[in-house]
Design a protein around this ligand. Structure first.
Ligand SMILES: Cc1ncc(COP(=O)(O)O)c(C=O)c1O
Length: 410
């Protein structure tokens, strides 16, 4: 078979593949604990259900404008004003099938083949692959000091004549880090002075803990949205627990939105009006759902940190946002059990039935991404199982239901 080289070189998203693996194991009756999951457990907000149900029962489910229904765009205009302190017009907004699709549209619209896009490690798994898919080149910046926050100098150093954009995801998946305000301000200034675009993936922007905030990049520029180098990507998946509705959006200069709309008109035509109605319901309904999710997740973060503290030789930077942590398991990647994070993750799935995501996928070998978005019991039981499998100081016997497991490999 003669297939596209680019398409053939793109691996499956490891997080999506892990979800499938966990689902199949559960289907077989295996008591899997999924700490790899990238979605909160809360139910869809009632306002979203009602508004999508109203649209559906109207029977009027046809093609709608490619860039989004006028009423959802109006809700996004208001959301941007309230949360970003920016006045934008509907013509600055395009709605797509999830923030992932929005990011793809942005990258495809900005980049020529061979252009470079700077990605800050640890990074969300899909950025490098999406960049490659459109023929551009991902340039990864890994913090040299072993933290999860690259310095401004490290970023500035890789800017060259082919650099088109920098993707900034804060709060960050997978580390949970919120980049310091000063770093955001400096990246905005760098993009303005060097004519680069700053693509802000703000999908977790309200899931920030301990009274902190993740300031929007707009805060650090006087340019209006038409002239700004800041492009905002956001959506309803994470804040409202609406991952299955597949609604994301971009706020950008009109010209860029116009081109993205042309691209979308040739690829997906438009986003389902039923799903757009749901997103509108979420954005215009009671916002206390987001705050209550944030508080629940913050509590789960605290419990996870507590559990990890008693795990011999595991270090974990305290997440400041999102629902992920990226503990350092390098001490467990140097023996017969595992040589790297991929081995370790597979070992944990096989022996302890716990799903984790290898740090390698995020550009942080030796780490494992743990999600605490699920039930609290999963966090405590998941870490207990991991300790049993790896930590010689943990009891060598473990009960999963009435199944007794005995560790005989340490
Ligand atoms: C950093 C980041 N950006 C974008 C997305 C995609 O969001 P959506 O489900 O709206 O496509 C995810 C999902 O995991 C994410 O973690």
């Amino acid at each position: 078979m003669s297939l596209s080289q680019i398409a053939s070189s793109i691996p499956a998203s490891p997080t999506v593949a892990l979800n499938e693996e966990a689902r199949l194991l559960r289907e077989k009756g295996e008591p899997v604990i999924h700490l790899g999951i990238g979605e909160p457990k809360n139910k869809t907000p009632m306002s979203a259900i009602l508004s999508s149900a109203a649209r559906l029962s109207s029977g009027d489910v046809k093609y709608v404008p490619t860039d989004g229904t006028p009423s959802l765009k109006k809700a996004i205009v208001r959301y941007t004003e309230e949360n970003y302190d920016r006045v934008v017009a509907p013509l600055n907004i395009i709605v797509s099938d999830g923030a992932k699709h929005s990011l793809w549209n942005v990258l495809f619209t900005l980049c020529n083949p061979q252009d470079e896009v700077i990605v800050l490690a640890p990074y969300w798994v899909s950025y490098p692959e999406m960049i490659r898919m459109i023929g551009a080149i991902p340039v990864i910046v890994t913090p040299e000091d072993g933290t999860f926050v690259p310095t401004f100098e490290e970023i500035e150093r890789v800017v060259g004549s082919y650099t088109k954009a920098i993707i900034v995801n804060s709060p960050n998946n997978p580390s949970g880090v919120v980049y310091p305000d000063e770093l955001i301000a400096k990246i905005v200034a760098l993009c303005e002075s060097r004519g680069l675009y700053m693509i802000c993936d703000d999908i977790y922007h309200k899931l920030v803990f301990d009274g902190r905030q993740a300031p929007p990049a707009y805060k650090y520029t006087d340019q209006d949205v038409e002239n700004s180098r800041v492009i905002v990507v956001n959506g309803v998946a994470k804040l409202y627990g609406m991952t299955g509705f597949r609604i994301g959006w971009v706020v950008a200069p009109r010209k860029m939105v116009e081109i993205m709309t042309n691209v979308q008109s040739q690829t997906t035509t438009c986003v389902s009006p039923v799903m757009q109605a749901a997103a509108e319901g979420a954005l215009t309904g009671m916002q206390s759902v987001v705050e209550s999710l944030r508080l629940t997740i913050q509590n789960s973060r605290d419990v996870l940190m507590q559990e990890l503290r008693s795990f011999t030789d595991v270090k974990c930077a305290k997440p400041e946002g999102t629902f992920y942590a990226l503990p350092d398991f390098r001490a467990y990647c140097r023996n017969s059990v595992a040589k790297n994070s991929v081995d370790l993750s597979q070992f944990l799935l096989k022996k302890a039935l716990v799903v984790t995501v290898p740090g390698k996928e995020f550009g942080m070998e030796g780490h494992l991404r743990l999600s605490y978005a699920g039930p609290l019991k999963n966090v405590t039981e998941g870490v207990e199982r991991m300790k049993w499998a790896l930590d010689p100081n943990a009891p060598s016997e473990l009960y999963i239901g009435d199944r007794k497991l005995v560790r005989d490999w340490l």
